[in-house]
Design a protein around this ligand. Structure first.
Ligand code: CTP
Ligand code: MG
Length: 236
């Protein structure tokens, strides 16, 4: 993308993966012969709309993250930054290493991301200055009290989320000053009354949270890399 402002992919990967249940950080666990994170890195490296990649990792993982960058990031890995105790703090620290006009924040654990969805997210970011990928909810939903919630009013919020970088920096600063913590970045902007464009996606983009989620990722990635091994989807 010549003559377009550059975009950095900021990938928080400094979690502990407690729900996943492995000893090491889940993003280093094997998925079809390479670490989960390698799939995420490769998708961003292959996307021409992404200029650089900043990884946020835990202290002990730093060498391994650089190695994976050398192997899968096609020379785009710019920095490995030490993360914090929450995802929000990890992203805030990562932002210090971002030097481009725009930034796309994406959970390292969403390893089935496609280059097409990344490009769509970059396009929406350039137009709207702030965007998030969302998905309609298909399950019936209720509160723990038993009260049903109308799913027509709800969206599941995913990543990538894209921003004009200084806008996101200001939102993080304000949240930090006021002790506000959220599990995503778009919420920090919305809290300041700032509109966030919703890019509705139907492309599967699961977050590896529990070990069983790997089965879904295996199916999705195999369908991409060796489609003859998975049953064809029903035709219209
Ligand atoms: N993350 C991070 N820094 C943290 C916590 C999370 O960079 N302090 C990252 C994770 O590595 C992951 C993404 O944010 O790529 C989404 O977080 P989540 O799926 O909750 O991962 P974990 O926090 O590792 O898992 P858990 O909550 O089960 O411990
Ligand atoms: Mg977590």
């Amino acid at each position: 993308m010549r003559n377009q402002p550059a975009v950095t992919a900021l990938l928080p990967a400094a979690g502990r993966g407690e729900r996943f249940g492995s000893e090491q950080n889940k993003i280093l666990s094997d998925l079809l012969g390479r670490p989960i994170l390698a799939w995420t890195l490769e998708a961003f490296a292959q996307c021409d709309d992404i200029t650089r990649i900043v990884l946020v990792g835990s202290e002990g993982d730093s060498d391994r993250l650089w190695e994976l960058g050398d192997q899968y990031a096609k020379g785009k890995l710019q920095a490995v930054v030490l993360g914090g105790s929450t995802r929000q703090e990890s992203v805030r620290r990562g932002l210090d290493a971002v030097g481009t006009e725009y930034v796309l924040v994406h959970d390292a654990a969403r390893c089935c991301i496609t280059t097409e969805l990344i490009s769509e997210a970059v396009g929406a970011t350039r137009i709207h200055q702030a965007m998030t990928v969302v998905r309609t909810v298909t399950d019936t939903l209720m509160r723990r009290s038993g009260e049903l919630v109308d799913r027509k009013d709800l969206m599941a919020v995913e990543t990538p989320q894209g921003f004009q970088t200084d806008l996101l920096r200001r939102a993080h600063l304000s949240a930090r000053t006021e002790g506000f913590i959220a599990t995503d970045d778009a919420s920090l902007l919305r809290r300041l009354g700032r509109g966030v464009h919703l890019l509705e996606s139907t492309t599967p983009n699961p977050k590896i949270t529990y070990a069983a989620d790997l089965l879904i990722a295996v199916a999705l990635l195999t369908a991409r890399t060796a489609p003859q091994l998975v049953a064809p989807l029903p035709s219209e």
